[in-house]
Design a protein around this ligand. Sequence first.
Ligand SMILES: O=C(CO)[C@H](O)[C@H](O)COP(=O)(O)O
Length: 284
Amino acid sequence: MLKPLRLCRGLLQPHLSQVVGVRIKYLISTQATILTRSFCDKMDNKILLDSAKRLAARTAVDQWVTEDTKVLGIGSGSTVVFVVERVAERVWKDGALSELICVPSSFQSRQLILDHNLPLGDLDRNYKVDLYIDGADEVDSSMVLIKGGGGCLMQEKIVASCAKTVIIVADYTKQSLRLGEQWCKGIPIEVSSMAYVPVKHKIEELYGGEAQLRTALNKAGPIVTDNGNFLMDWRFVAQREYDWDEVNRTISMIPGVLETGLFVNMAAKCYFGMANGTVKVQNK
Ligand SMILES: O=C(CO)[C@H](O)[C@H](O)COP(=O)(O)O
């Protein structure tokens, strides 16, 4: 549109240039309206998802974090922010949970614990975790989870494995019948940097699909995890029936694989914040 106008400006008759000017203004305002609308839709969606996450997180904390919870494992991601907020309210506003120690599962969750001035623990001193609360990228009907969308799966699985009870909090977009129904970015797998190519080929030969190295958005090259490793996202074949327990065990045994984002038989309950302001609880 602009190029011919610029080239022809001197040749345009006054009335024609006015017509073109009006047309351009119309186009710009239409484009602006479309952009504003899509921006507003995105904002509305984010507000809706955030309120679903907050609701799930607060409900789970209120039902599960009691005076008997001495060691609380804290997961990672955007939903866990609301978990820590609620725990901090209980500690600092209500004067409750005086013996609580929080064990983080990532750099982010450590920062959240510190920012809210909650007592920070670690697995060296607090290896028996009473309760672990975390988010998930997808939860299927058998409570198999995909985790690691935020890149923190290895420490998350370690802390979760030390917990008596694992509770998942998520918004309604994370619930599905089969893995891959909602979450299309694949199963995150943490790998040693020198092994990502053989690991990629082994997974693809064993189970099909495609395993890709996760690259950073604001840095050239791959994402580096909190543990200094690479991440692969394995896009499995959505139509194929997988035994996730077997897949998890087999992939975990490939030399160079440090952990998978498949959490099988770990979660006891999942709290989903729904779009209508209710909470749906899924049991194991
Ligand atoms: O596994 C995770 C981080 O690695 C998160 O729990 C998962 O990605 C869900 O995140 P969010 O609460 O932001 O949706």
